[in-house]
Design a protein around this ligand. Sequence first.
Ligand code: KG4
Ligand code: ZN
Length: 352
Amino acid sequence: MADEPLVLGIETSCDETGVGVVRGHTLLADAVATSVDEHARFGGVVPEVASRAHLEAMVPTIQRALKDAGVSASDLDGIAVTAGPGLAGALLVGVSAAKAYAYALGKPLYGVNHLASHICVDQLEHGALPEPTMALLVSGGHSSLLLAPDITSDVRSLGSTIDDAAGEAFDKVARVLGLGFPGGPVIDRYAREGDPDAIRFPRGLTGPRDPLYDFSFSGLKTSVARWIEARRAAGETVPVADVAASFQEAVTDVLTRKAIRACKDHGVDHLMMGGGVAANSRLRAMAEERCAAAGIELRVPRPKLCTDNGAMVAALGAEMVARGRAASDWELPADSSLPVTEPHVPGRHHAA
Ligand code: KG4
Ligand code: ZN
């Protein structure tokens, strides 16, 4: 175990300042400071507010993570950081901090992809990822079906959302229901008291001529909003729990159906789920049930590792070190639209 790479990971792509420490596949620390309360009154993340909060939280969160892990910075084999995708200003704080620590400590720097990190984090929970890995990645900004022969170097997109991300749909529906931000956890809670079959909301892109692995949640969101407006216009009370449960059912039905279809079509016998929406209790239960029926092994990290955190970045960084991938150089940019197909951003000037 001692010769497995010891890596610190920094995540600042959105509103969580996450710093994790891992040794190979072992989680040693997962410190997170969130600015979510500062955004709640705006109904969404305000980039400038997030950047400033990252700046304030960065050094204390790094110190806390090192203390929790019981390691000193000089023992690290590398510093990994989310280079993208995400909010430009927020990413910049993490990338600058990672460069400063790596330079001062004389450690290699690994700029990694936020989405590949959401997948790689499962190694901390269930051990080495199977290769290729089939992953359903569902977060506030992304909904994708990915096939990764090698999570450090080869990630392929089978399909993605053509409009809203799954998490975005949760956030927007919660807003229409007046439930606040972020919407996912609160809809998840209300839905437990509701009837998922109360209202039949549309399942986007599931027709015979529709693309097999792409998603669309914008029509669903509009349909839910219209349904609520009609009740309000008629002076009726809106059955919040039933709407939440029926909406959630439509999202999870489509996500699991398409993911299992992708596994079958590609002859893959497992499914990894990651990203904030993978924390959803109904999605986890439905995926469990449907995967079992299809003979597919389901791998989902615990909810805290599904939402944004630094441990996932450290996990991917450790895999980069273990596989001898090239480190990044000091010009590493924060790339707000880093493609999902680029798991890391190697330097142009040197190999690790
Ligand atoms: O991965 P993540 O923490 O940040 C991004 O990279 O986007 O995902 C955040 C998204 C938000 O849209 C939030 O509403 C959603 O994940 N989310 C959930 C749940 N917990 C978080 N959605 C549904 N059910 C949940 N329990
Ligand atoms: Zn994320």
